[in-house]
Design a protein around this ligand. Structure first.
Ligand SMILES: O=C(O)c1ccccc1N[C@@H]1O[C@H](COP(=O)(O)O)[C@@H](O)[C@H]1O
Length: 230
């Protein structure tokens, strides 16, 4: 029996877009707490959205290199089902966060070339889920801010197609309703994550694109299941 497919819609900032993701059937909703992101919300806002989603979808809190004080405050106000660590956290730090806070952790790993796969096993040993994302672009000459994720950039999905990390994994990076079916078919991933690909501008979610994304992912999994693809 195949694991059911999981769709995460990340970077939700308002009750109406959260409701759109829930109505579309998202399994996970992502709340970003990272002030440099156009999707950043403060802890009070995140707490309210988390309560609205509770019991309808898993609440994922996305942080970048958080210290323990921030995690203390976030866990108290958001009560996330999953922490998404999207910075330069080491495997030791991921293990320490998991042990201290008792909340499952998903660690994002940037993939650009085969050599990046060597970073997977140490994280697989300590986290609950791996998130394969594109690496951020190089900083521009004008010093413009580069985010560690949420850049709408895809990587070569074939790099993770044959991978068995021994942990549940999720695919992200530049996915859209148009590309997610191909990404699923190529990789066999049973979990996908999107942020920019369901937006009309950075941080502005589009309910129509959210519906299209969830439907496209589910159609791809249905096709795989019907074809008996291993
Ligand atoms: O979304 C953000 O602003 C963000 C900020 C800092 C780290 C990660 C962020 N987003 C995550 O990045 C991936 C890919 O996003 P996209 O679909 O390419 O826009 C996804 O996991 C987001 O949750």
């Amino acid at each position: 029996m195949k694991t059911p497919g999981l769709v995460k819609i990340c970077g939700l900032k308002t009750p109406s877009t959260l409701d759109a993701a829930l109505a579309a059937g998202a399994d996970m909703v992502g709340l970003v707490h990272f002030p440099r992101s156009p999707r950043h919300i403060d802890l009070a806002e995140a707490g309210l959205l988390a309560e609205r989603a509770r019991g309808r979808a898993s609440v994922v809190a996305l942080l970048v290199d958080p210290d323990d004080d921030l995690l203390d405050a976030l866990v108290a106000s958001v009560r996330p089902d999953l922490l998404q660590l999207h910075g330069k956290e080491t495997p030791e730090r991921v293990g320490a966060v998991k042990a201290r806070f008792g909340v499952p952790v998903m660690k994002a790993i940037g993939i650009a070339e085969e050599a990046d796969l060597a970073r997977v096993p140490p994280y697989a040993a300590v986290c609950d889920r791996l998130l394969f994302d594109a690496k951020p672009p190089k900083p521009a000459a004008d010093g413009a801010t580069v985010l560690p994720g949420g850049n709408g950039i895809a990587f070569d999905w074939r790099l993770v197609a044959a991978l068995d990390p021994g942990r549940p994994a999720m695919l992200s990076g530049g996915l859209t309703a148009e590309t997610v079916g191909t990404a699923i078919a190529l990789t066999g991933m049973r979990a996908v994550d999107v942020s920019s690909g369901v937006e009309t501008a950075p941080g502005l979610k589009d309910p129509i694109e959210i519906v299209a994304f969830v439907a496209a992912a589910r159609a791809a999994w249905r096709a795989q299941d019907e074809a008996g693809t291993p």
